[in-house]
Each structure stands twice: as C-alpha cells, then as structure tokens.
Design a protein around this ligand. Structure first.
Ligand code: SF4
Length: 710
C-alpha cells in the first residue's frame, strides 16, 4: 500500500512543501503540496525528481573507524566510545561545522554539545560561505539578520530589484512568483548581474556591471535618488540615523562617475534608481497604498573581499527610500541551503547564542541556568578561520556534520593540505565524500526523509520535517547521535547527562523555543495544526510575522553606514591570467554536488562542468562550442566543456561550483577574505582558458584531487 508523508524539500532555502509517496519502505515519487504556505503547490526539478539520493547505494550504513589507514565497520558503541575518549584532549584546540541541510533540532543539540561539553564557541556553518556579509551588515544596521519580507510581498511589489542572484536557477519557485508579478500585475523588474540570467529577459532595466564594482553601482543609484529628490524624507527623519555622514560620502562622485566605474549606462542607472525609489503602481494595488519595492540579492553581492560593504550599500538604499516595513517591499538575502536560516537561528554561529542572543549579561545566565553549567562567553572562531588556523595549531580536531568543506572551501588544494594536518577528525554525514575520506571516525546520519524535525526557510517560516521511510542501515538522526555522544562525555565535563536525555525531536524543539524569544510561540502541535509559522512568534496566540520592521528596527533606528568603492577584487586579471572567473550555481545541481551527483536524472541533464565564455574571447582563443577546455588559476585547474554565450561579459568566464568528473571551480578560487565576515572571494579571481590538448601517447596518471585519504 502506498503511504503519503507531508514534509519539506531538502534542497534550497525556498522551503517548498512536498508529499513523499512510499511503498514498502521505499520512496516511489514526490508530489507538490498545494496547502503549503510558502510554495502553494509549486516545485522545481530538484524537489520533484531529486530525492533519489536518499536510497542511493552509496549511503553510509554503519559507523566506520580508520584503523591502519583503512576504514573498518564498527558498532555505534565502538565509534562513540572512541570519540568520547579522544575529544576531551582537544578542548581549546577544537572546532565544529554544523549543517544547514540538517534540522533545527540537529543544529540546536550540536551547538549545545559544543558549548557545554567541549567548552567552546568554535561552531559555524555554511552561512559563512554564502550570506555572512548580509548578516553582519543587517545586524549592524537594522538589528536582525533575516529576510524582512515574505514571498507574497514579491507578488505585491510594484518593483522587484534582483541583484547578484539567479532565482531561475537557484530559487526556482520564488522565480515563478516573481515572474507572475511581472506578467500578471505589471511589476517593474530591475536585474543587476554580470551574467545575463533568464530573468533579465523580462527586465525593464538590466545592468551588467564590471565584476567587483557593486558599491559604486549602489552609491550611484543613491546619488541619482538624491539628485531627483526621491528619498523618503519622513522615513529618514523618523526611523534612521547617520544620514548626513552617509550622504556626504555618496556625494563625493556624480552619477556619471559611478556609472563609468561600473561600466553601465548613465541613463539605465538613473532609471533603475527611479524604479526602485518610486515605482509606478502595479496593477491591482489597493487605493491609497504606496507602491513598494522588494530588493533581493544573492551571493553575487556577498562572495567578495568587500562583501559586507556591498550588503551595506544595499541596506543604505532601502533606508534611503523607506522600502521596508510595509506590504510589497523589503530586503531579501536569498538563502541557499534548505535550513541555513534555521541553523543560524539555532545558534550554530560563533558570535551568538540561539536566537542571535549575545553572550553578555542576563542572556547567557538564562542559558546557564537552563543547562546547569557555565558556557564560554568569548566569541568563537569563524569557519574559514578554523581551516586557516589548523596549521598554526589553534585547531587540531574537528567534528563536521553534514558539510563537505573539501568541495566548498576556496582554493581546495590548500584546504586539503590543511585538513590532512588535523590530529582527529569526525565526519557525520550521508556519504563518504571528499572530507569524510580523511576522517578518523565516520558516523552515518539519517537524511531528511528518515527523521522528525523542522526547517526554517528564507521567509523565516518554520516548517515540519517528517519521516517517510525507516533509517537507511544503522543511520541515526544527527541530534540523536550527538546527544548519545554528549551523554558519554558529560560526566567527564562536569555536566549532568540528563541535559542530553531527549526522547524525541519535539522535546528538543520545545527546549529551543523556551530559550529563543522569536520562536517561543511555536510548537509541533501548532505546526501540525496550522502549517508553517513565520518568526518572530513570541507567544502561542501570536499568528507569526509576515514582514519585519513595521514600527521599529530591533536596534531602534536604522543606521546608514558610509561605504566607498575599493579595488574590485583581491586578484585582478593580468597578462598571465587575463580573464575574470565568476562562479555560481545551476538549476540541475545543488552546491558542490555531494547530493545531486547521486541523482541520475540530474546528472544526465548536466554531466560535465560547463565553462561559459564570451564569443569574442572564444574566437581569440580558438575555442569552439562544446570542446573540452582547461581553466587555470594560480591555485589549480579544472577541465570543462566550452559553452559560448554572450550572457557573460567579454573578459569573463562563468563556472558553476558543482564538482563533476573531478572538476570543481573551487580548485581555482581565491582564499582572500572579506572583513569582518571572513567570507572567501569566490566571485572574482584571475584565470586563463585554453583548449585541452590530447594526452601524449604513454602518459599515465590523473590530476591531483582532494579525495585521497590521509
Ligand atoms: Fe526544493 Fe527549492 Fe526547488 Fe522548492 S525551489 S522544490 S525548495 S529546490
């Protein structure tokens, strides 16, 4: 008999509802869920056809312990006892990565283990690699690091501005709602992207700036708004601070000068500014309602050596125009992974406790009382710094859950060399991926389809995850594995083991909600009865919050921060490496591809890494469509297939960061970092491209990869 389970898609941050159809313990097919409040019956190709990875033969089915250089199957007791015996020696030199693919409950128990048992705040997750600059800027300028609006606001906006993102590939269901706004309601569309994405075909204005010139672009828009008197003076006077100092910085250049820096047309820049600040009303806008604009951005903004300044420049624009705190407007850093919002909410970041609460004062005391012990009060080390500080000895052991840094870190050859220096590495995941192959102990975790829990999507909506099939092999939910380990280590750390005696995911959620004001009104009972609920939801009678900042910002006043255009990137083209590499994602794969490389239907759509190159560059280099090309940077090389397209600017190449056939963009990318977020500059580095030469007769061997054991 077929069974249906209502749960949440495990791929991107849109958080679509899915219905998993199973028979005899196997997933048969996946359908959409018309009742889901975020996706309203829509799904993309990954949600509908991408879940076959769950029962792929590569799934880890038993713990593994490295003995004599080889992995040997072990029992749970053997594996967890070994970890419990080894880890205490690394207190003070230890770090942990959490997973934005795992549930809120998994994340909450992991950060509690790291803080309480390991005595450190050295915990982080992949937000460091995607939206940490957005979060830094939003926390500083507004007091909250979340998307301010809901997906429904895209449909109610009179203008959408999409910057450095490609929703058609990365957030397809959001893209559908945006297309609907443009096609049905006449919503104006501005697209800013160095690559001509498919949404640009619908745009009123498409700006294709030179890589790394975003601050100049947004300051140019601000200058144009000021020149034409389109700023929202009442909002600036009543809701913000720092306006005059910021204005003085923007007025240092003219719109013409800003446009020249970015390589865009002056008239287009001015029109984009007008549309954002004062869009004409969309069709059906209620009488008397001010037309709103939504500003959405992606990693094209953040993954730069000045990513935080880029995000600040965008937030300044929203404050200048008062496009916040009403229906049909707001700011959206579009989240990549399914639960990157929730993983941060649950406290898997080095600089705050669950709910972004500070270590200082009363808040930490509340946690200490609840947990019956002291917690560290100093901010921990950020993910990228944990890796960079292995060599110095600051980090000698790591516990990595659901992440594969040997695909996601920049400059992979460098990262691989560092990970090999660790004294002890535990990896808990679904597959024996590149990082797991270096581990001392590997623990098999359940996938989303085998466990209870919640994910929180890009519009702050907490949604249920429910088990559709039994655990594969001996795999267990992440929270249950870590709680078991914590109970073994608790007596040695002076902690009451009952702190980790959870009987269910619901018990974990209840503790998280008790300690996190923004979640306090949410429970499994409510989620099961009402569907997903958007935080803040401070009490059980609260309906949840569609948009933030209606009356005030969490920090009080919104803060303008002056930013000026710096050098476009840490590494610029030269005669040896004359092209600029831009990286990003594609519809058919997800991030580094650890999961989607194990979905045959998706691999068939894109079996090799495409290298997009402008026709003029291709002609100069003698490269034809579809030929194999080698892309080299100062750090490494990859082989891919040439795609000749004027969607990329002349002088640029675009390579998605999925790893296919041993080729991955992160062998090329630069481990230069933004301050203060410490995000790597994935979006810009210097490369050269050449046709792949045939291998000489008799040559043997393969290029070095990061996938060999220690
Ligand atoms: Fe899943 Fe994102 Fe596709 Fe929705 S848009 S089905 S959440 S991958």
């Amino acid at each position: 008999m077929e069974t249906k389970t209502w749960t949440t898609c495990p791929f991107c941050g849109v958080g679509c509802g899915i219905v998993v159809h199973t028979r005899e313990g196997r997933i048969r097919w996946v359908d959409d869920d018309p009742a889901n409040l975020s996706s309203r019956g829509m799904l993309c190709v990954k949600g509908r056809f991408g879940t076959t990875f769950v029962q792929h033969p590569d799934r880890l089915t038993t713990p593994l312990i490295r003995r004599g250089g080889e992995f040997v199957p072990a029992t749970w007791d053997e594996a967890l006892d070994l970890i419990a015996e080894r880890l205490p020696a690394f207190r003070g030199r230890f770090g942990s990565f959490a997973s934005a693919k795992a549930t809120n409950e998994d994340a909450f128990v992991q950060q509690k283990f790291i803080r309480l048992i390991m005595g450190t705040n050295n915990i982080d997750h992949c937000t460091r690699l995607c939206h940490s600059p957005s979060v830094e800027a939003m926390l500083d300028q507004l007091g909250s690091g979340a998307t301010s609006n809901s997906y429904s606001d895209y449909e109610e906006a009179s203008c959408l501005v999409l910057v450095g993102c490609d929703p058609g590939s990365n957030h397809p269901v959001i893209a559908s709602r945006m297309r609907k706004a443009v096609d049905e309601f006449g919503t104006r569309l501005v697209v800013v992207n160095p690559k001509r994405i498919d949404m640009a075909e619908r745009a009123d204005i498409f700006l294709q700036p030179l890589p790394g010139t975003d601050v100049a672009l947004f300051n140019g828009m601000a200058r144009a708004i000021l020149d034409e008197g389109l700023e929202d003076r009442a909002f600036i006077a009543g809701r913000t601070e720092g306006f005059e100092a910021w204005r003085a910085a923007v007025l240092e250049r003219t719109v013409e000068e800003y446009a020249a820096v970015c390589g865009v047309g002056v008239a287009d820049l001015r029109e984009a500014a007008r549309l954002y600040a004062a869009p004409p009303p969309r069709r059906g806008l209620p009488p008397g309602e001010r037309p709103g604009s939504c500003l959405a951005w992606g990693m094209g903004i953040t993954q730069h050596a000045h990513g935080t300044d880029n995000a600040r420049a965008l937030i300044n624009l929203a404050l200048l125009t008062g496009q916040l705190g009403r229906p049909g407007c707001g700011i959206s850093p579009l989240r990549g992974q399914n639960n990157v919002q929730g993983c941060g909410d649950a406290g898997c970041i080095p600089d705050s406790l669950p709910g972004y609460q500070p270590y200082a004062g009363d808040v930490a005391a509340i946690f200490e009382e609840a947990w019956g012990a002291g917690i560290p009060r100093e901010p921990g080390i950020k993910a990228t710094d944990m890796v960079e500080r292995i060599e110095a000895g600051d980090i000698r052991a790591m516990y990595i859950v659901g992440e594969n840094p040997l695909l996601s870190e920049p400059n992979l050859a460098h990262a691989g060399a560092l990970f090999r220096q660790l004294d002890f590495l535990v990896v808990q995941d679904l597959f024996l991926h590149e990082t797991a192959q270096l581990a001392d102990v590997v623990l098999p975790a359940c996938s989303f389809a085998e466990k209870d829990g919640t994910f929180t999507n890009s519009e702050r909506r907490v949604q249920r995850v429910r088990p559709a099939i039994p655990p594969v092999g001996a795999s267990r939910p992440d929270w249950a594995i870590i709680a078991d380990l914590a109970r073994r280590m608790a007596p040695g750390a002076g902690i009451d083991p009952r702190q980790f005696a959870y009987g269910s995911a619901a018990e974990v959620f209840a503790e998280m909600a008790r300690l996190t004001p923004q979640l306090r009104g949410i429970s499994y009972e409510r989620l099961d009865r009402e569907g997903g609920i958007q935080w803040p939801c401070p009490n059980p009678d609260h309906p949840g919050t569609r948009f933030l900042y209606a009356d005030r910002f969490p920090r009080g006043l919104g803060k303008f921060v002056p930013v000026r255009q710096a050098a476009p990137a840490a590494e610029l083209p030269d005669s040896a490496y004359p092209l600029v590499l831009n990286t990003g994602r594609v519809l058919y794969h997800w991030h580094g591809g650890t999961i989607t490389r194990r979905v045959q239907a998706l691999v068939e759509q894109m079996p090799e890494v495409p290298v997009a190159i402008h026709p003029d560059d291709a002609a100069r280099l003698g490269i034809d469509e579809g030929v194999e090309v080698v892309v080299r940077s100062r750090r490494g090389r990859l082989t891919g297939k040439a795609v000749i397209t004027d969607a990329v600017r002349e002088g640029s190449v675009f390579v998605p960061f999925v790893k296919l056939q041993e080729s991955a963009a992160n062998f090329l990318t630069n481990n230069a970092y933004d301050e203060p977020s410490r995000i790597p500059e994935y979006k810009v580095c210097a490369v050269r491209v050449e046709k792949k030469r045939p291998r000489p007769v008799g040559a043997i061997g393969a290029p070095p990869t990061a996938s060999r054991g220690r």
